[in-house]
Design a protein around this ligand. Structure first.
Ligand code: AQP
Length: 344
């Protein structure tokens, strides 16, 4: 890792990945396929990788102080059990590196009200009672931009739901660079795609699978045991038709598309390829195949999570070491930002 502050004038930005997950509950198969699995893939490619547990984001909605630290550890356990390796990736929690909040303040002053007001996630999460939502929930995307740009990250793997926030990060970087006449922040590329960029609820194919959905039957949790996974998939909403052999046949069949996409992502195959294998099958035949895939992938991960959470000292060591390495990159970038703005 380098702690030099790079700008395009002294060379291209290092290929660096930043991404994060909120410690707001047990992770779902959506989080795994849309985020964690890709975190691991990118760790093993040609990038420096930084993966954060974004606890400052979590408190934009109420979190019980007694359980928040354990929720952070649970996400850390999910990261490690999924294959993130602290020798290859920096793994830490956001609150441990104060520079995140400091850069977020600068970005709150760069971002415009109109930009924030367009964010659909705020509208979804605040619901009908927007006047009662926290100000933090409204300015969440400025903190997310700070998370990413504090490390001059060039690539961010996220699920499809985060695309708009990534665009706002690019807008903030562009405006900052323009306002202060320097190409200081990179224009970060989102890394979105694959069959599971948006895993949908098992109960409603028009809604994202989410860890905060009130119905546990709507999602598969990474820590669910084999019986629970089988039961949830058996109860998953479907339609009476057999599966098609081509993708066009999934048109207007949100639940069928979702189950096939999950299968494809678990099997590391494309939806087209899966349909050539399962086309013509009824759900009564396909669902047990999906159960088998899901259990095969998640069982070893949940067993390793249980092992890690049995003795939390290993997790705490990883988080402490990660925070130190993260700070070594973040501090000079924040310092230079303050200088550019005229704060030092
Ligand atoms: N259903 C999903 N399909 C694909 N990717 C998903 N992600 C979340 N749900 C899906 C991706 O997981 C990463 C971490 O998400 P997060 O915890 O920071 O927040 P989120 O997007 O708000 O996820 P949830 O599960 O819906 O959490 P709650 O219920 O707390 O709001 C992100 O990369 C996200 O895209």
């Amino acid at each position: 890792m380098t702690d030099a502050v790079q700008t395009p004038s002294n060379g291209d930005f290092t290929k660096r990945v930043f991404s994060g997950v909120q410690p707001t509950g047990a992770l779902t198969l959506g989080n795994y396929l849309g985020a964690l699995k890709r975190f691991v893939d990118m760790q093993n490619e040609d990038y420096e990788t930084i993966y954060c547990i974004v606890d400052l984001h979590a408190i934009t909605v109420w979190q019980d102080p007694k359980t928040l630290r354990d929720q952070v550890r649970e996400i850390a356990a999910s990261y490690l059990a999924s294959g993130l390796d602290p020798a290859k990736s920096i793994i830490f929690n956001q609150a441990a590196v104060e520079e995140h909040a400091q850069l977020a303040w600068v970005f709150n002053c760069v971002a415009r009200m109109g930009w924030m007001q367009r964010m659909t996630q705020f509208k979804d999460k605040a619901g009908k009672n927007a006047q009662n939502a926290s100000v933090g929930l409204f300015t969440y995307p400025a903190l997310m931009a700070a998370d990413i740009l504090l490390y001059h990250a060039t690539h961010v793997p996220v699920g499809d739901d985060q695309k708009q926030h990534l665009e706002l990060t690019r807008d903030i970087a562009t405006k900052f660079n323009h306002d202060f006449g320097q190409d200081f922040f990179p224009i970060t590329e989102p890394v979105i795609g694959g069959p599971a960029a948006r895993v949908m609820s098992l109960r409603d194919g028009s809604k994202k699978m989410s860890k905060s959905d009130p119905s546990d039957l709507s999602r598969i949790n990474m820590a669910d045991d084999a019986d629970t996974i089988a039961q949830k998939i058996r109860k998953a909403k479907t339609d009476p038709e057999a599966l098609p052999s081509e993708e066009a046949g999934l048109e207007g069949r949100a639940e069928a598309r979702n189950l096939v996409a999950i299968y494809a992502a678990l099997a590391d195959e494309s939806v087209e390829k899966v349909l050539t294998e399962v086309g013509g099958k009824q759900f009564s035949e396909f669902k047990p195949m999906l159960v088998e895939r899901a259990v095969e992938k998640l069982s070893p991960i949940s067993a390793e999570m249980r092992r890690l959470l049995d003795d939390k000292s290993e997790i705490d060591r990883v988080l402490e070491g990660g925070a130190e390495r993260a700070r070594a990159i973040a501090a000079p970038i924040l310092k230079r930002t303050y200088e550019i703005v005229g704060l030092k």
